[in-house]
Ligand binder design. Structure first.
Ligand code: GLN
Length: 568
């Protein structure tokens, strides 16, 4: 039996948030995996919400959903995109969750007679959860949310301080990710904030073994020397991570800084050199896409907040890698479509480049829904590739019901609670739900694909499993009528009760899915739906370009060519 102990890497952040701590953890995971180690990554969030599921995308960005139905921090999406190990509800917990458990224990009488305190009760619960998630791996990377010095992260810092003594000095390593800002007026990078941050961390009893310095451009060797001197870290353990043009370059960049070598030395692990050829290939494709770039209009209401579509934008990029092309996303505010019409807004959204496909992502609430419906109609009628995800499927069903199946008042009961034509309705088992947290239909469910459908062809298999996060569904009251007017239900739950995928026959690529395929796409294994959608967009672009080329060649504007072309 393998008796190697699990080694822990605790990653803290200094100076500022948003310096890419999550991505750094993910990239470290990728490097250690490439050395043949089994890795997992955890995110410990210091806020008091029990999970991010009830937080607005404006506050928190995307809510990432795991197979086992946990609503988690978006960093878990980065982890899954960089490492092979799948995330579960064990991989992310918050102060709120820790206190919830400890208070439940107290009410049960588990600490009867004792005073319940931050140390040891809260810190013990934090450690219990970390050990539980670390079972069976060689390396457990633990990212502490927030920045050192925040009041609310103190119990987490205390817990990881204790853990090094618990597991043995050679089995734990602290990595501090800091920002080294560039001060334009002095034309200099400044190390002082890093010095202060490390000093503060040391004050909690945590001595970093490696400092990763984020900076705009590459730092001079002298600066590394200075940080080494003032922060008590050997020179070769000061790692510079300047901004990269693509996040998928991070493993390569950190490897060039010898980060993985330093980590295995400090943790006393023997491994071979990592094989990073897959990452190199991805970066080469991103920098030099053989098939140019396509432009996708993403129609939603949080468009100014791209963090809320993190997995989706990445999945589209992955679809691009698979087609050797770059993917440009043009965010279109659905409310502007309500004011100015779909044709005008979408056809001009990307300037002279034009739009090659339209996508309506997941979302909640009525605001902007009419604009989304108009966008879907435009895609359907002009035969522009359309991909609807979750709410995007529901919107497509409403559009089809209204404009093809003759149900003029079709809507969703999420938008109109007392409609008699709710083609999208609340799911039966959601009807009695009166709490908001963790109560949607969440996580992976199986779906059976219809023979001869486009989706069956795309997936290449009869049964799939995809992740969900919704309360509403296509109402079975209207399914037959919609089917009779041409809407294809190409994927359903195994008992056929729940519509999971819709598609259209007389359209080059029109697919709506009730689940979120973006959560399962990775750069090394692009999701088949995104691969196929990008390929359809590429085809559309070719047709569009050849038709406008013909138009230019023709003397008369009435030469019979159409823009956009009608393709079947
Ligand atoms: N609001 C819709 C529902 O709850 C769609 C959810 C989503 O897009 N994730 O069913």
């Amino acid at each position: 039996m393998d008796s190697r102990p699990t080694k822990f890497i605790f990653v803290t952040g200094g100076v500022a948030s948003s310096v890419g701590k999550g991505l750094t953890c993910a990239a470290i995971g990728a490097l250690l995996e490439a050395r043949g180690l089994k890795v997992t990554v955890l995110k410990l969030d210091p806020y008091i919400n029990v999970d991010p599921g009830t937080m607005s995308p404006f506050q928190h960005g995307e809510v990432f959903v795991t197979d086992d139905g946990a609503e988690t921090d978006l960093d878990l999406g980065h982890y899954e995109r960089f490492i092979e190990t799948r995330m579960s509800k064990l991989n992310n917990f918050t102060t709120g969750k820790v206190y919830e458990t400890v208070i439940a224990n107290e009410r049960r009488g588990d600490y009867l007679g004792g005073t319940v305190q931050v140390i040891p009760h809260i810190t013990d619960e934090i450690k219990r959860r970390v050990f539980q998630a670390a079972k069976g791996v060689d390396i457990c990377i633990v990212e502490i949310g927030g920045t050192v010095g925040d009041i609310e992260s103190l119990p987490f810092l205390e817990a990881i301080r204790q853990m090094r003594a618990d597991v043995g000095m050679q089995n734990a390593l602290y990595i501090h990710v800091t920002l080294v800002p560039y001060i334009a007026a002095a034309n200099e990078y400044k190390t002082k904030p890093t010095q202060h941050s490390v000093k503060e961390l040391t004050g909690f009893g945590i001595i970093p073994g490696i400092i990763i310095c984020r900076s705009e451009n590459k730092l001079d060797f002298k600066l590394k020397k200075k940080i080494s001197l003032f922060c008590n870290v050997s020179e070769n353990c000061v790692v510079n991570a300047p901004d990269v043009s693509t996040i998928y370059e991070l493993p390569l960049m950190l490897h060039n800084e010898n980060l993985d070598q330093r980590i295995v030395e400090l943790l006393n692990i023997w491994t071979g050199a990592p094989n990073l050829s897959a990452w190199q290939k991805i970066v080469d494709t991103i920098k030099n896409p053989g098939n140019g770039r396509i432009n996708i209009a993403m129609v939603g209401k949080y468009v100014e907040l791209t963090e809320s579509y993190k997995s989706l934008t990445e999945a589209l990029n992955h679809g691009g890698f698979a087609n050797d092309c770059g993917v440009e996303i043009t965010y279109v505010d659905s409310e502007s479509i309500e004011q100015r019409g779909a044709e005008e807004v979408i056809s001009t959204a990307a300037g002279s480049q034009g739009i090659d496909a339209i996508l309506v992502p997941g979302g909640f609430g009525e605001r902007g829904s009419e604009g989304k419906i108009a966008a879907v109609r435009y895609a359907r009628e002009k035969k522009i590739p359309y991909f609807g995800i979750c709410l995007g499927l529901q919107i497509a069903v409403i559009e089809y019901a209204r404009n093809v199946a003759g149900m003029k008042n079709a809507t969703s009961s999420e938008f109109v609670s007392d409609s008699d034509c709710a083609v999208i309705d609340i799911m039966d088992d959601q009807k009695g739900v009166d709490k908001k947290g963790a109560s949607m239909r969440l996580g992976a469910y199986p779906c059976i694909l219809k023979k001869d459908s486009l989706c069956r062809k795309i997936y290449g298999q009869d049964e799939i499993s995809e992740r969900h996060r919704h309360r509403f569904e296509v109402s079975n009251r209207f399914r037959t009528r919609l089917e009779k007017s041409g809407l294809v239900f190409s994927g359903t739950s195994p008992n056929n009760e729940l519509a999971e995928i819709i598609e259209l026959k007389d359209h080059p690529w029109f697919v709506g899915v009730q689940f979120h395929p973006e959560f399962k796409s990775t750069p090394r294994n692009p999701h088949p739906l995104f691969k196929s959608f990008v390929s359809a967009a590429l085809n559309y672009r070719r047709l569009r370009q050849s038709s406008s080329g013909q138009k230019e060649k023709a003397q008369s504007p009435d030469d019979g060519s159409h823009f956009p072309p009608e393709v079947n």
